[in-house]
Design a binder for this molecule. Sequence first.
Ligand code: NDP
Ligand code: MG
Length: 384
Amino acid sequence: METKKRIAILGSTGSIGTQALEVIKENPSLFEVEVLVAHSNAVLLIEQALAFKPNAVVIGDEKKYQEVNNALRAHDIKVFAGEKAVEQIVEMETIDLVLAAIVGYAGLASTINAIRHKKPIALANKETLVVAGELVTELARENGVNIYPVDSEHSAIFQCLAGEWENKIEKIYLTASGGPFRGKNKDFLATVKKEQALKHPNWSMGAKITIDSASLMNKGLEVIEAKWLFHLAPSQIDVIVHPQSIVHSLVQFEDGSLKAQLGLPDMKLPIQYALAYPERIRNNFKRFNFLDYPQLTFEKPDLETFTNLQLAFDALHKGGNMPCILNAANEVAVQAFLEDKVSFTGMSDLVFNTMQKTGFIKTPSYTQYVETDQEARRIALHLL
Ligand code: NDP
Ligand code: MG
């Protein structure tokens, strides 16, 4: 008899987390939920725990502990709280796979600890590889841990590479929708309000990544993520704007052959692929129809208007702790934008200035990444 994969979902109450639970619910013979981790949404965490009966749950926000414990105590579900518990829960022996779907730098420590404990990772939290890609991929190599991408572009590349592991990649093309402000100029961007930025044309996602998508910072983070996932040089990574979000990314091999992965934009597909790899699971997701998309178009990204993408390329070329600085400044900027404390274009200025002012380290240790994140946040908050 086939045994079920026991999954820990870090960030179960988020956009990726809830969609992962839908995938698991559809495939009860393949998966079971071992652990759920959330930060502040106690009500949804309790609801999920009662539905999926995990062995344990963690609520990051300690103030919510009583509420969660009161609701789950009678159901034989262990309840833990606090940042340390989020990090440590991944050590549980009964976990077969960790879905890292916490948003931002906050997802780093738990992902690293899971790798240290030899847990395969389904990685949604791209910031982990942006902040400390070299350290994380080296740790994964040492521990023989596979990292399966959940990000749709990286899942596309991964799917194109199946059966091609020995063949050299010449380059990859990451596709970008261009977001809600594609074709606009800087003057327009300067006036943009968060309500406009939170409306993505093709994908429904958490607030942070939606703002990142509008500013093209998301694509910049993905370029850095791709470098580490697929061991590429910066010159091997290109971004192409594709507004329909049907071609999810492409690989070009040494003979010039291009492979792409296509499909309707639906995160459940890459989530399912990462959870079930190397198998493909039959599902009833909506199928692509060519006649609905008579034209698939491609254009150059506008790096002068969307300076965030250029800044991410700069950080990638500089290396060391520069991507970590970029990420920290961007997290401060996005939070400030969502609180109406900085303009849309002001976010890029803040990232640029923080990159100038934070101390550069060529080969940082884990502690130095943590210190860099703190220093960059301090500087960004001061510049605000
Ligand atoms: P959401 O904002 O929707 O969800 C974030 C999740 O992380 C929530 O469950 C939240 O808990 C939890 N969380 C936040 N901070 C902490 C913390 N300090 N400790 C523990 N848990 C925490 O984000 P998304 O699901 O959109 O994105 C998650 C990650 O996946 C991001 O890195 C994003 O870039 C990546 N990704 C997302 C895609 C998408 O379609 N959404 C596509 C590709 C990548 P709570 O709600 O309880 O506070
Ligand atoms: Mg993506």
